[in-house]
Design a protein around this ligand. Structure first.
Ligand SMILES: [Mn+2]
Length: 310
């Protein structure tokens, strides 16, 4: 039996304790197909801290997620058991230990047959999540939405930080180097050699500006060709959105995607074999009126819906 969203007589959506989308907690079900997992960790952040508070903010802003998806004619919480798996117990001081703890928690879920949709946390968390997903599926095609490349090397002596997860993942053989794709890149590069490094890490690149010169359909077609029929891991840094749409993030960059552009694109990915996903870099202290939390909650809902359509 699948348990869907909370249905407590007389309780409004804004009342009660917020699990993601008012879904059951993992303790309340026998098994899970999709586990939404919070990762309150931001020790890998290079600029504005605060993404450790992302998971609870996204949950609070997920109360208005409804059961029916109009575009896909789908009920994502009816056909699969989707649960809130709570947060990883992860400390703030030791990045390598935190990475191990996140990987171990994600692997407990994937070993039990669930696909993980993680709520960050800063982008460092993608590395242990990719390790857990690749353990079951082999090298992954990564669809990465971000203003930044995140294939940088060492910063301030740290080789694992929120700008390096995809470089480390490529080195560890977690990525299928012919099938990874960035979407929304702009800003924050020291020189063209960083773009050459990035290509060696396996990524083709679609810049933010291309959404002004190319149709979303044409962009979706390029992405699909790049990903092929590989198992796909989707990693969405909320800073891919313009700061007007998602101000609550650690390293905002001007001239990003609108929520409408991103959601139009995501809705064209029906049929992708999404084996894991994350939505990261939501830092509520810089958010206004829940804009970023709402964008992140609905992004996770879109990904969960796509997973159920496969
Ligand atoms: Mn990022």
């Amino acid at each position: 039996m699948i348990i869907g969203q909370r249905d407590e007589p007389g309780m409004p959506r804004y009342g009660g304790i917020a699990t993601f989308a008012l879904l059951p907690r993992i303790e309340d079900v026998e098994r899970a197909d999709i586990a939404v997992l919070g990762i309150p960790f931001d020790a890998g952040t290079s600029f504005r801290p605060g993404a450790r508070f992302g998971p609870s903010h996204i949950r609070e802003n997920s109360r208005q997620l409804h059961p029916y998806h109009q575009i896909h004619d789908a009920y994502p919480f009816r056909d699969l058991q989707v649960v809130d798996a709570g947060d990883v117990a992860v400390g703030p001081y030791d990045i390598p230990a935190a990475i191990d703890d996140i990987q171990a928690h994600a692997e407990r879920l994937t070993d039990a047959g669930a696909r993980v949709v993680a709520l960050g946390g800063d982008h460092t968390v993608a590395l242990p999540l990719l390790r857990a997903a690749a353990k079951h599926h082999g090298p992954l095609a990564v669809l990465h939405f971000d203003a930044h490349l995140d294939t940088w090397d060492v910063l301030h002596g740290a080789d694992i930080w929120h700008g390096s997860p995809f470089r480390r993942a490529a080195e560890e053989g977690l990525l299928d180097l012919d099938h990874c794709q960035h979407v929304g890149i702009r800003g924050g590069v020291y020189g063209p050699e960083e773009l050459e490094d990035d290509a060696r890490a396996g990524f083709a690149l679609i810049r933010s500006e291309e959404f002004a010169t190319s149709s979303v359909e044409a962009i979706a077609e390029r992405v699909r060709r790049r990903l092929g029929d590989r198992p796909v891991y989707v990693s969405i840094d909320i800073d891919v959105l313009d700061p007007a749409h998602a101000p609550g993030t650690g390293t905002p960059e001007v001239a990003g995607l609108s929520t409408r552009e991103m959601f139009t694109l995501l809705r064209l990915f029906r049929g992708l074999d999404i084996v894991g996903a994350d939505v990261v870099e939501v830092a509520p202290a810089y958010d206004h009126a829940g804009l970023t939390g709402l964008a992140a909650a609905h992004t996770a809902w879109e990904l969960i819906t796509l997973m159920g359509l496969r």
